[in-house]
Write a protein that binds this ligand. Structure first.
Ligand SMILES: NC(=O)C1=CN([C@@H]2O[C@H](COP(=O)(O)OP(=O)(O)OC[C@H]3O[C@@H](n4cnc5c(N)ncnc54)[C@H](OP(=O)(O)O)[C@@H]3O)[C@@H](O)[C@H]2O)[C@@H](O)CC1
Ligand SMILES: [K+]
Length: 501
C-alpha cells in the first residue's frame, strides 16, 4: 500500500525519474517510453485541433526528445510542421538524439522568426529536468509567442517547476499540457496551475506497481483519498454515535461565524452540535438556532467545564472569537479537555508568537486552518520556503497538527509528510463566512471520529463541490444548504459515476 491512493498520487520530478528508471530497468526501453510520450501528446493535439502550421520547440534533454516524436507524428497526420532546436542537434545525446535523427523535416534556428505563420506551438523545451531560471533566448521566444498562438506543453510548460509550481524566470502559458503517468504538484499549485491550461495525464506504459517502492506523499485531493474513513451511516446507528461538535461564539455582535460553523457541522453529519457563548451571545444565538443547541458558557473555565463531558468530542475555536488572551486560553482549555480541535481565524492570530505552547499541549487530533496571512503570523520562520505546499508540510511537521493552508490551491498537510492539493474550488468560494463553514465541516467530521488528515481533505473537497456550479451570488449560507448535493457528488464519484478522482 502506498501512503496516498495510487490513482491520485502526484509525483515530484525526482519520483517521476525513479518511475522512468524502474520501468526501463524492468525491460521497457527508454526510446519506447519516449515514443509513447510523444505519441500521447500528438494524439491529444489531433483530438482537439485542426491541422495547422506548427512549430515544435525542442530542448536539449529528453523533453526535447519527446518533441521530435510529436513533430514526426503530427507531420504524418498532415500538419505542416517545423522544429526549432535550442541546442545543436549534433550535441544531443541518448534517446533524444535517436528521436531527432528520425525527424526528416525542417529545423529552423532558435529565433522568434521561426514562429512566422505558425499558429500552434509545441513547447518541448524543458520538463522534469528544468534546473535553473530560463535564459534570455528562451524568454525572448516566450514573449514572441505572445497570446495569439495556441501552446501545447509537453509534460510541463517550460519554466514551471514541477515540484512546486513556482516559475523559474518566466514560463509559457499553455492551452493544454500533456504529462505522463501521473500529474506533478506543479500542475496543481499556483502559479504553475495558471500556466498549465487543460491537463491531460497520459499512460505511456509505466506500471502503477512502481508506486509501491516510490511511495509518493503528495496527492490530488478527491473522494478516493478520504473514502475509506468517511463516516458510514449505520441502519442501527444513533445520533450519539455520530459525535457532538461544539462551536464557540464571539460576543453578542459576533455570533454569525460560530452559527455558520455549527450548521455546517450538523449538515456534514455530526450527531449533535452546540454553539456556546457568554450570556448575551447565547441569547442572540438562541434566537437563530433550531436543530443546533445553545449553551451559555462564560470564559475559559466555563469552556473547560462544558468540554469535560467527553461526549462533546470536537471543538471549533476561532471564528469571530476576537484576538487576544481569552481566545488563546480557550484554545488551551479545549486541548486540555482532550477533544479533537479545529483552530481557525482569530484562534490562529491569538497564538502568534506563542504557538509552541499549543503544540506542546496538544492531546488529540488538531487541525489548523490558516489563510496565507494567518499562516505568516503563526509560522513566521517558514515564510521563506518557496511554495505553499512546502510551507504547509513544514508547519504540520512542526506543530504535530494537520494544516489546511487555504487558498485557490488549498494544501492539506499531515505531520507524517502527506499532502493533498485541492483543485475543485471555484473563485466564488472567496466570500465572507466561507472559512467558518469549512471549519465547522472539519469539526463535524472529527466528531464522527474521522482521522484529522482525511477529515480535513474531505471537508475541503466537499466545500468546493458545494460551491461548484452555483455561479455568482454564492454566499456562505448557500454552501451549508448545498452540502447534501456535495455529499451526493462524492458518493457518485466513489461509485465510479463521476469524473476520476
Ligand atoms: N526519463 C525518461 O525515460 C523519460 C522522460 N520523458 C521526458 O523527459 C523529460 C525529462 O527529461 P530530462 O531529465 O532530460 O530533462 P529536460 O526537462 O529535458 O531538461 C534537461 C535539459 O535541459 C537543460 N536545462 C535545464 N534547465 C535549463 C535552463 N533553465 N536553461 C537552459 N537549459 C536548461 C539541462 O541542461 P544541464 O542542466 O544538464 O546543463 C538538460 O540538458 C520529461 O519532462 C519528459 O518530457 C519522457 O520521454 C518519458 C521517458
Ligand atoms: K515543456
Amino acid at each position: 500500500m502506498t501512503s496516498v491512493p495510487a490513482d491520485l498520487a502526484l509525483l515530484t520530478t525526482e519520483e517521476m525519474g525513479r518511475a522512468d528508471r524502474l520501468t526501463i530497468d524492468g525491460g521497457i526501453p527508454g526510446t519506447t517510453l519516449m515514443e509513447n510520450a510523444g505519441r500521447a501528446v500528438a494524439d491529444a493535439i489531433l483530438a482537439r485541433y485542426p491541422a495547422q502550421a506548427t512549430l515544435v520547440l525542442c530542448g536539449p534533454g529528453n523533453n526535447g526528445g519527446d518533441g521530435w516524436v510529436v513533430a514526426r507524428r503530427l507531420k504524418q497526420a498532415g500538419f505542416d510542421v517545423a522544429c526549432s532546436a535550442l541546442a545543436p542537434v549534433a550535441a544531443l545525446r541518448g534517446d533524444a538524439a535517436v528521436m531527432a535523427a528520425r525527424w526528416n523535416g525542417p529545423v529552423l534556428p532558435f529565433e522568434p522568426a521561426a514562429l512566422d505563420g505558425r499558429t500552434l506551438i509545441v513547447d518541448a523545451l524543458f520538463g522534469a529536468g528544468l534546473a535553473r531560471d530560463l535564459d534570455s533566448a528562451v524568454l525572448r521566444m516566450i514573449e514572441a509567442v505572445g497570446e495569439g498562438r495556441r501552446v501545447v506543453a509537453v509534460d510541463l510548460p517550460s519554466g514551471v517547476n514541477g515540484d512546486d509550481g513556482t516559475i523559474r524566470g518566466g514560463a509559457f502559458t499553455a492551452d493544454l499540457s500533456v504529462t505522463f503517468f501521473r500529474a506533478k504538484p506543479g500542475h496543481l499549485l499556483y502559479p504553475g496551475r495558471a500556466r498549465t491550461g487543460q491537463l491531460v495525464v497520459a499512460d505511456i506504459g509505466i506500471s502503477p506497481s512502481v508506486l509501491e517502492s516510490i511511495d509518493p506523499k503528495a496527492a490530488r485531493n478527491g473522494p478516493a483519498l478520504f473514502a475509506r474513513h468517511f463516516p458510514v451511516l449505520r441502519q442501527d446507528g444513533h445520533k450519539y454515535d455520530r459525535g457532538h461538535t461544539v462551536t464557540l461564539s464571539g460576543g453578542a455582535l459576533h455570533t454569525g461565524a460560530a452559527r455558520l460553523a455549527a450548521r455546517a457541522a450538523l449538515r456534514i453529519g455530526s450527531g449533535l452540535v452546540s454553539t456556546i457563548g457568554d450570556a448575551e451571545a447565547a441569547r442572540v444565538i438562541a434566537a437563530h438556532q433550531t436543530a443546533v443547541m445553545v449553551a451559555e458558557v462564560d470564559g475559559p473555565a466555563g469552556l473547560a467545564l462544558f468540554l469535560s463531558d467527553r461526549r462533546r468530542n470536537a471543538a471549533v475555536i476561532g471564528p469571530a472569537a476576537g484576538v487576544g488572551d481569552t481566545t488563546f486560553a480557550h484554545c488551551r482549555m479545549a486541548l486540555a479537555a482532550g477533544c479533537a480541535c479545529v483552530f481557525d481565524a482569530d484562534a490562529l492570530t491569538s497564538a502568534a508568537g506563542r504557538a509552541d505552547i499549543l503544540w506542546r499541549e496538544r492531546t488529540a487530533d488538531l487541525v489548523l486552518t490558516p489563510h496565507d496571512g494567518e499562516f505568516a503570523r503563526l509560522f513566521p520562520q517558514l515564510s521563506g520556503l518557496p511554495s505553499r505546499a512546502a510551507r504547509a508540510v513544514a508547519a504540520a511537521k512542526e506543530s504535530g497538527a494537520v494544516v489546511v493552508l487555504k487558498g485557490a490551491d488549498c494544501c492539506i498537510a499531515a505531520p507524517d509528510g502527506r499532502i493533498a492539493i485541492n483543485d475543485n474550488a471555484p473563485p466564488t468560494l472567496a466570500t465572507a463566512g466561507s472559512g467558518d463553514v469549512l471549519a465547522g465541516m472539519i469539526g463535524g467530521l472529527l466528531a464522527q471520529h474521522m482521522p484529522a488528515f482525511e477529515a480535513a481533505a474531505a471537508a475541503v473537497w466537499l466545500h468546493g463541490a458545494a460551491a461548484e456550479g452555483f455561479g455568482r451570488g454564492l454566499i456562505a449560507e448557500d454552501l451549508v444548504e448545498r452540502l447534501p448535493i456535495a455529499l451526493q457528488i462524492a458518493e457518485n464519484h466513489l461509485r465510479g459515476r463521476g469524473q476520476a478522482g
